[in-house]
Design a protein around this ligand. Structure first.
Ligand SMILES: [Fe+2]
Length: 294
């Protein structure tokens, strides 16, 4: 995201922030799904600061992140993996990454991180997850391949995919098409590869996103393309590929807005159930507004 944050220095102190307790919910994972179903969560655009109480657009990013984790733990838990899809730290300082690492250590499940335009990929790799600064990674998860792409451009808010990443992805998909056990694939990246219908945000989309979409059209086993960056829900089916964006764990942007505008919707996360045959179910869960620390 691009806009300058509205910071209130007077609101900053070092008091500990506790996650709210969310009670009375039970897991909504599909009970009769295949035993090899992979259940994953996407948490995105956390925008952590070094200061525990610091706010972005009047939202304390650490406390809303903690509340979203608490909601996930009360609603869809445990997942087989969590994807963190960029803008994980807002201020380019190490403390936010250390806080994220401490949170991940408490989650007890595999977590994969990719950088966003606000991140320092070197700090993300050194403080949170070694390898998170690579242009492309392929993680096997059950019958699926999770393909993690770095769409960031150093010094820019926009996005671009490296030609060698797209070429490696094309080779991988081609090999899978020729194999007897074709593995469905989910691609995760930070920026949107297609317009989401918001003019100011779409000036920052992946500039060569059409090349990724061409691969989706060519290789039907590319079942999901998933991103963050837009701080709002997006869900389209394009031929055989589901195109998904997910709310931020903090502030939300108004869908369809030509110019920057905040949305009143609550922070949230996305869940996905990935079946071995390539089918999937997905949805978004949001905090109740009374859980917000505003
Ligand atoms: Fe963001």
């Amino acid at each position: 995201m691009a806009q300058t944050d509205r910071l209130s220095p007077d609101s900053i102190d070092n008091k500990a922030i506790e996650a709210p307790r969310i009670v009375g919910r039970s897991s909504t994972w599909t009970r009769d799904s295949h035993s090899n179903t992979q259940r994953i969560l996407q948490l995105t655009d956390i925008h952590l600061y070094a200061e525990p109480d610091r706010r972005l657009f009047d939202q304390c990013t650490r406390s809303s992140f903690a509340a979203v984790i608490a909601l996930a733990q009360a609603t869809q838990w445990p997942p087989d993996a969590i994807l963190f899809t960029g803008d994980l730290v807002h201020d380019e300082r190490a403390e936010g990454y250390r806080h994220l690492r401490a949170c991940i250590d408490n989650l007890g499940c595999p977590c994969f991180c990719i950088p966003g335009n606000h991140d320092r990929p070197d700090l993300l790799a050194s403080e949170v997850e070694p390898g998170a600064d690579r242009d492309m990674r392929i993680q096997r998860l059950g019958a699926w391949d999770l393909i993690l792409l770095d769409s960031t451009i150093p010094g820019s808010e926009g996005g671009r995919l490296q030609p060698h990443s797209l070429a490696t992805l094309a080779r991988h998909l081609e090999q899978q098409r020729e194999s007897s056990q074709q593995r469905p694939a989910l691609v995760a990246l930070h920026h949107q590869p297609i317009p989401v219908g918001s003019r100011w945000l779409d000036t920052m989309q992946v500039e060569n996103g059409a090349e990724l979409m061409a691969l989706a059209e060519q290789y039907p086993q590319l079942r999901v393309i998933l991103w963050g960056h837009v701080h709002q829900t997006f869900d389209r089916q394009l031929d055989g590929t589901r195109l998904l964006a997910t709310p931020s764990t903090c502030a939300q942007f108004k869908p369809g807005s030509d110019d920057f505008a905040l949305d009143a919707q609550a922070p949230g996360y996305r869940w996905l159930e990935l079946e071995p045959d390539g089918n999937l179910r997905t949805g978004v869960e949001r905090l109740a507004t009374e859980a917000l620390d505003t």
